[in-house]
Design a protein around this ligand. Sequence first.
Ligand code: MBD
Ligand code: FE
Length: 283
Amino acid sequence: MTTTDTSPTAAGSGANASEAFRASAERHGAADTSPERVSTVVSAVLEGVHKAIRDHDVTYPEFQAAKAWLMELGEGGEWPLFLDVFVEHEVEAVAARSQNGTVGTIEGPYYLPGQPTFGSVATLPQRDDEKGTPLVFAGQVRDLDGTPLAGAEVDIWQADADGYYSGFAPHLPEHNLRGVITADDEGRFEITTVQPAPYQVPTDGPTGKMISAAGWHPWRPAHLHLMVRADGHRQVTTQLYFRGGDYLSDDVASATKDDLVLDPAPGDDGRLRVDYDFVLEAA
Ligand code: MBD
Ligand code: FE
């Protein structure tokens, strides 16, 4: 079987991302938004659209094409994918203004709660023949004062060496390269996994079609996704990237940050190893 045979279609991964989003309503909480605020924000969004139309002499055929595309985006279930790639980074930047400790970045559309749990030294669930360079990712979770946070949770999810996420690609086993690791009494953890590949926005769906119509590229740099949490502390949602990797400086999702780039090196046993510590602020 070639990778092409087993590629998840955009329709598949997009629709699954919509399902995952609907299931996450409770985790994200309710937006308590007053009519005044709705009016302010919606007016500003519409004014931005109106200005683009005026400034660029948008025509009726272009307006109708945009309408058809938006309908496809909804019917294909790709609103979560599109919004997380092109909009979430700005919402995250606003949240980051009031956040101390480890730098956050966007969650993206592929988090799934309820993954297998592990002790402080763990190997992520993977296939017997899992491709990719083995990687040992270790570190410590501390508070802003440097006190270790015993029993902190490192909830990790990532693409495989072909760039696909379990739960969103039918050829991958459930839970593949996903897990929740509980740090030891000193807040330490050590996770064995494989290096992920860059992620490509599916090219056969509406998001991918818009990207190619604009002449852009559909790639994100290789990354690990993490949520790190500890009792009494504010959870951080972030991603870690790899020094020297492709697309680090032109992520289609605009979600890289200098503080989030890992530099793995061969350890004593020849496997790639990298240390990264997390700092959480009190809730
Ligand atoms: C991803 O893997 C991702 O991390 C983001 C933010 C958007 C789309 C796919
Ligand atoms: Fe991702």
